[in-house]
Write a protein that binds this ligand. Structure first.
Ligand SMILES: NC(=O)c1ccc[n+]([C@@H]2O[C@H](COP(=O)([O-])OP(=O)(O)OC[C@H]3O[C@@H](n4cnc5c(N)ncnc54)[C@H](OP(=O)(O)O)[C@@H]3O)[C@@H](O)[C@H]2O)c1
Length: 282
């Protein structure tokens, strides 16, 4: 598995398995298949309500904990400093692990500056190895960068061929941040997958359109964790290391019209304000 080195010196597997919108039962059914297929990097979140199931699968595996790279994310209700410290411990307990490989602030609302401080302390205490941000616009990233004693290792944002985030990458270039792509396949959008360029390149390299898109991500330097419940897709999504797109092919993909699927609102949407009982999950 290809690994990227982050700005804090830790490494991250370039391809992982995302478990957004998976029930605990689905995680218990499909994450073992993903591990058998070779995945070691798992992307979950407090707000996915499946951390306990992720922990059960990792602990039931024959592989040692150090073989895995587990990312999880805190939601804004956890951001006030004291709450954040409590909720990092609760997250460790739900995952039933001693440390989190990568902890992100999931949404750019509320007391995120306080939360960043609590996360830096969690790194010093050995509870967390790397920290980063998700869905933060440039102005709020700058607020964190201005006070951080640990520069965000990772920024997790929507990235796909319809939204390549080159402007954001230019903004963060001085910080050597690693980019993670959510919606790497446009959330399975048929229009994206049916773009003629992916069929054309798929024919040239004997790969599927999805594999061409995922290879484009790797060559753009993006960490990816496509979600799938389909074992054939699971195998395809890590079978992308035996070919290379040319600079010209990369440029053609990057010339597709640019529009995000989802615009992160300036103010917190209702679903972010809902206080949830994460421990109630199965
Ligand atoms: N930080 C955030 O706010 C945020 C937001 C969204 C997502 N995420 C993370 O990003 C991960 C991925 O995002 P996502 O699940 O929304 O979208 P995605 O990975 O872009 O798309 C998933 C869809 O693509 C299909 N698919 C997967 N592999 C395929 C293949 N080889 N060929 C054809 N179709 C394929 C899947 O269907 P099948 O099951 O049929 O394969 C599924 O419908 C999430 O699981 C989560 O970890 C983070």
């Amino acid at each position: 598995m290809l690994e990227f080195t982050m700005n804090d010196g830790n490494t991250i597997p370039a391809v992982g398995y995302g478990v957004f919108l998976m029930t605990p039962e689905e995680v218990e059914a499909h994450l073992p298949e993903a591990i058998d297929a070779g995945y070691r990097h798992i992307d979950t979140a407090n707000a996915y309500f499946n951390e306990k199931a992720v922990g059960r699968v990792v602990n039931a595996s024959d592989l040692p904990r150090e073989e895995f790279f587990i990312t999880t994310k805190l939601f804004p209700q956890s951001y006030p400093y004291e709450q954040c410290k409590v909720d990092i411990d609760a997250t460790l307990a739900r995952l039933n692990t001693d440390y989190i490989d990568l902890l992100l602030l999931h949404q750019p609302y509320g007391e995120y500056v306080q939360a960043w401080k609590a996360m830096e302390e969690a790194v010093a205490e050995g509870k967390v190895r790397s920290i980063g941000l998700s869905n933060f616009p440039q102005a709020k990233l700058q607020e964190i960068l201005d006070v951080a004693t640990i520069t965000p290792a990772v920024v997790q944002i929507e990235i796909n061929p319809y939204w390549n985030q080159h402007e954001m990458k230019e903004f963060l270039a001085p910080y050597d941040v690693t980019f993670e792509a959510w919606y790497p396949l446009g959330h399975g959008d048929e229009k994206l997958l049916a773009e003629p360029i992916f069929a054309e390149l798929g024919k040239k390299y004997s790969k599927t359109p999805a594999q061409i898109i995922l290879r484009w991500h790797l060559q753009e330097g993006n960490v990816i964790f496509p979600k799938t419940l389909n074992p054939a897709h699971m195998a395809d999504n890590i079978d992308i290391f035996d070919f290379e797109l040319t600079d010209e092919e990369m440029a053609r993909i990057n010339s597709l019209p640019q529009n995000p699927y989802y615009i992160v609102p300036d103010e917190a949407p209702d679903f972010v304000l809902t206080v949830n009982d994460y421990d109630a999950q199965k």
